[in-house]
Design a protein around this ligand. Sequence first.
Ligand SMILES: *Cc1c(COP(=O)(O)O)cnc(C)c1O
Length: 362
Amino acid sequence: MPRPILATIHTAALAHNLERARRAAVDSRVWAVVKANAYGHGIERVFDPFRAADGFAMLDLAEAERVRALGWRGPVLLLEGVFEPRDLELCSRLDLWHTVHCDEQIDMLAAHKTQVPQRVFLKMNTGMNRLGFAPERFRSAWTRLDALPQVDEISLMTHFSDADGPRGVAHQLEAFERVTRDLPGERSIANSAATLRHAAATRADWVRPGILLYGSAPDFPEHDAEHWQLQPAMTLSTRLLTVQTLKAGDTIGYGSRFTAEGPMTIGVAAVGYADGYPRHCDTGTPVLVDGVRTRMVGRVSMDMITVDLTPVPQARFGSEVTLWGRAANGTVLPIDEVARSAGTIGYELMCAVAPRVPVATD
Ligand SMILES: *Cc1c(COP(=O)(O)O)cnc(C)c1O
């Protein structure tokens, strides 16, 4: 028997969230961003519900190959482009569109021997300062690409640093529009946060939602997933291994981090940091037992956590424990709330579910 821990991927929620992205960007085509193995959900598992997307975007060439192996004939975009010259052969063979963000990638293209010219997305660095050509260098990069027989269409893209926060997108958008105004080609600028929060300003040929597809709010805690009408695409659940009865003064777990103030019952659940449940969660992190909201107490161990059973006195060996997602009774514990307790974001939790955790689909 495996341990009772399980990650369940909710196919209908993935389809719902993609539809939500479409409604937020009705005039745009939608890249389903499936990097990092579909944010930890598994490319093969999200593929069916995301077939309704216009294309798949990722960074890893092996992931692009997996999408093609699933039979996808539509657009595939490499968000960081190629890393070495032979990657361009794969782009030719599998018809992958790729980002061009630096001179070295243009050099590789210029040296690439191909019969079929390639579609590229030229990236402008409008302030994120990770990838892309600075605005004042963008046009010369465009001109250089445009002159290459290896290049077919050139699309234009940029990426926002603050679409989820108070600084917003105006400063980056201004630079992008000023430089690209009279250039031909399709545009792609919006991530999830921009798609939801700045739809009018960031309208373009393509949007690139990632996190929203997986049911996490890009701007939590300002807004939660329910506000954006997103459904959790992943539930991480387990069961109680046992119940402990404590009296006043008893402590729990490593470091005796929690002390009972009076008599109480504690459930021991089969999940720990070796499953990807963050060790930064501490007393107070929300958790559901039999669909009833309660809290973690004490430290996260490698394979176990301890939870306060005060609100769920009927809980016993085998009771359902939901770490995030949807309990059997329908109650939802947003992954964003758990992430906040761990000082991180939903993205990191979903990507970090450990390989030892079995995964089911419903
Ligand atoms: C990851 C990524 C996205 C998607 O971002 P979300 O915040 O998950 O919506 C969009 N564009 C690029 C270039 C990315 O790397």
